[in-house]
Design a protein around this ligand. Structure first.
Ligand code: TYD
Ligand code: MG
Length: 459
């Protein structure tokens, strides 16, 4: 027996409550609860005692033992796009559900259109609830690709979608976007939390039952929350985030969760006139190639996912005209910057608290690797003291609260990348020297234990 009933959801995080709340107990946001109609099945009460006592074999027992599960290796569809394969952990796993989230206009539709059009051996179905077939055709012409195994369906009702799916039996399904999908089984309108949950659950069941991989495209709001789709994070197998600064052409896909691979991978692309082109050598593009050198810049040897990558950090430290000086970051964590400034102030005796501080990572990318700390500190000091850092030197190390330079993982890989790119010196943590075969590298390795030592040696 079913009954229509309503419940309240937090628009921000999807938290559910039977009654309206002013403040969400889960994400602490104010005034985010909305009422939605949901259909709930009232479960029948079980008479446990009676069922346990009877020895009659259970009808339709669905519980199985582990050894009864068929042993099959994960099958993957390997696409032509190396970056895309990498973020998925080596290709598309059959029956997997992948959520890809990004701000509007970042290039999600372009990425899936080109990936699907390049995959000639598999039948792909691209379901669009946002754009007309004409618009998609124009985009396909722009990226000059075509494919006879590519099917297009502009529809939002999952009922019709599944009927079409039964007819054409695709190998891969792309849903653009999950916020536009509509299931007639729930009352609320497309884009509401109940609809997103229900339609995603329908695609998830379909994926698992037929072993067809399904990609769900989702929009995120300004704060970077996968609004709405946040609630999908636990039902899908993989969550990818599409990032990038609109003013730059670089785009990064970051794996946030992956049941079938590492969740620290990134894929890098450049948005060109004719689609997204994968970037195999990220260091080449993130190091601004310039003739002159300036104070306030330092190069960091980072690792994103499994790939070493050299990025340029720019800092500007100037006297402030405001009562409370500004701290502005681009691509770097603001709280981390405040911490580094406090360390410099307290351990190094630098007067920074009355200065405006700006930190920028060149190329419009966001770096999560804490090993860039050292380069940030060097860039800050370089700007403060107005001294130029040798452009053939790069830095790697995490900076701790007492000003110590901490060891970072995979140091050999970082040193090798710096050497490959023609750097002459690399500054690392003293604690990274243990077990490091320094003689195998031609690049000069300089190690310090504390930020003060580095400062004394460099300035
Ligand atoms: P789109 O894939 O529509 O973004 P999303 O689906 O994430 O909303 O693409 C957005 C932008 O990319 C759009 O402003 C135009 C630009 N673009 C290019 O620069 N080159 C191209 O080849 C294509 C197809 C789009
Ligand atoms: Mg789109």
């Amino acid at each position: 027996m079913s009954k229509i009933k309503t419940t309240f959801f937090c628009k921000q995080c999807g938290n559910e409550s039977p009654k309206w709340l002013g403040k969400c107990p889960s994400c602490n946001a104010w005034n985010t609860f909305v009422e939605e109609i949901v259909e709930k099945n009232i479960a029948q009460k079980t008479n446990w005692k009676e069922e346990y006592d009877s020895d009659a074999p259970r009808k339709n027992q669905r519980t199985i033992q582990l050894h009864e599960v068929e042993n099959i290796a994960e099958e993957r569809i390997v696409t032509q796009d190396e970056e895309f394969n990498r973020v998925l952990g080596g290709g598309i796993v059959l029956g997997s559900v992948v959520l890809i989230a990004g701000e509007p206009g970042i290039g999600k539709s372009t990425l899936f259109l080109q990936t699907a059009l390049l995959l000639k051996t598999k039948k792909t179905l691209y379901i669009s609830g946002e754009e007309s077939s004409k618009q998609i055709k124009i985009r396909a012409e722009r990226i000059s690709l075509s494919n006879d195994n590519f099917y297009l369906l502009t529809e939002i009702s999952t009922q019709i979608i599944f009927q079409e799916i039964k007819k054409i039996k695709p190998d891969i399904i792309i849903v653009d976007s999950i916020q536009t999908m509509f299931s007639p089984f729930v009352e609320s309108s497309p884009g509401s939390i109940t609809q997103i949950k229900e339609t995603a659950a329908e695609f998830q069941r379909f994926a698992k039952e037929t072993d067809t991989p399904v990609f769900l495209i989702g929009h995120i709001n300004k704060d970077g929350n996968i609004a709405g789709p946040k609630i999908l994070e636990h039902i899908v197998d993989t969550v990818l985030q599409f990032e990038g600064d609109r003013h730059y052409t670089f785009r990064i896909i970051r794996t946030l969760k992956n049941r079938f691979g590492s969740n620290a991978e990134i894929g890098i692309y450049e948005m060109k006139d004719n689609g997204l082109s994968p970037v195999a050598n990220p260091s080449d593009i993130f190091l601004s190639s310039k003739e002159e050198s300036y104070s306030g810049t330092a190069i960091a040897a980072t690792i994103e996912g499994i790939r070493p990558m050299l990025v340029e950090i720019q800092a500007l430290v100037t006297g402030s005209v405001y009562a409370s000086p500004q701290r502005t970051v681009n691509g770097f964590d603001l709280r981390k910057l405040q911490l580094l400034l406090a360390v410099l102030e307290k351990r190094g005796g630098f007067a920074i608290s009355n200065k405006d501080v700006f930190v920028n990572i060149v190329g419009g990318i966001r770096i999560e690797d804490p090993s860039v700390d050292l380069a940030v500190v060097v860039a800050l000091l370089s700007s403060l003291e107005d001294k130029i850092i040798n452009t053939k030197t790069c830095f790697v190390g995490e900076v701790g609260l007492s000003g110590e330079i901490r060891a970072v993982g995979r140091i050999e890989q970082r040193i090798a990348e710096a050497q490959k790119l023609g750097f002459e010196k690399i500054v690392i943590s003293k604690y990274n020297l243990k077990g490091l075969q320094q003689t195998t590298f031609k690049i000069k390795i300089i190690a310090f234990a504390k930020v003060e030592e580095l400062y004394k040696a460099m300035f």
